[in-house]
Design a protein around this ligand. Structure first.
Ligand SMILES: [Zn+2]
Length: 213
């Protein structure tokens, strides 16, 4: 499965048409995808319409969301994938609040690209949670991501081991070419969002990258 994808329906930064995405996901051999727009969760009805209109069968299409978190003082805490929360959460809350809300609904919170490097004059130079993954009650983190170099991957794998987190692989696709570049492999079949959350909570998932690092 590819658990982190943006479409142009709700993410202004993406040029990925939702129907084309579903066809592409099948073409590259994925069994399932999760739509993770910025701060917005697809409604179940819109999702149903999309799947019907696309004509794609045999692809599990689930919805989560990706939120940016900030402390009450406005400091960036990273971006996080939320699975299993039924409503859109926007991108203005703190990670503490997000964890309480999502765990309260039986969902999971995953650090999105915590060790993705950016050029910055201050902070630790990551566009993501960085070493905050050691301080919060997260369920998982992306250990395979197209933006990672060897060092980012090593940092993510180290955090996964030390914190006993689920390590997932995701494309973070904003265009057709990227769909499925990194993937999450589940040893047991996943058929719905509840099952996906359970597998992540129990760490029954492995990350793979199809891209040479
Ligand atoms: Zn993203």
């Amino acid at each position: 499965m590819d658990l982190h994808i943006h479409t142009n329906r709700y993410s202004g930064c993406s040029n990925l048409d939702p129907s084309a995405l579903l066809r592409k996901a099948r073409d590259v051999g994925l069994d399932g995808i999760v739509l993770t727009e910025h701060g917005i969760r697809w409604s179940d009805e819109n999702l149903r319409e999309l799947v019907e209109a696309s004509g794609v069968k045999d692809l599990l299409v689930l919805v989560g969301q990706e939120v940016a978190c900030y402390t009450p003082r406005g400091e960036f805490q990273g971006e996080f994938l939320l699975f299993g929360y039924p409503r859109s959460l926007g991108s203005s809350r703190s990670l503490e609040v997000i964890l309480k809300l999502v765990h309260g609904e039986g969902g999971v919170v995953i650090a999105a690209h915590p060790f993705k490097k950016i050029i910055s004059a201050n902070g630790d130079g990551f566009y993501g949670a960085g070493h905050l993954v050691y301080e919060y009650d997260l369920d998982g983190l992306e250990v395979a991501h197209p933006s990672y170099d060897r060092e980012s991957t090593a940092l993510a794998e180290e955090a996964m081991r030390k914190r006993n987190l689920a390590g997932i692989g995701c494309s973070d696709a904003h265009d057709l070419m990227s769909v499925g570049l990194c993937r999450s492999v589940f040893p047991d079949p996943v058929t719905d969002m509840e099952g996906l959350c359970e597998a992540i909570r129990e760490r029954r998932v492995k990350a793979i990258s199809m891209k040479a690092v």
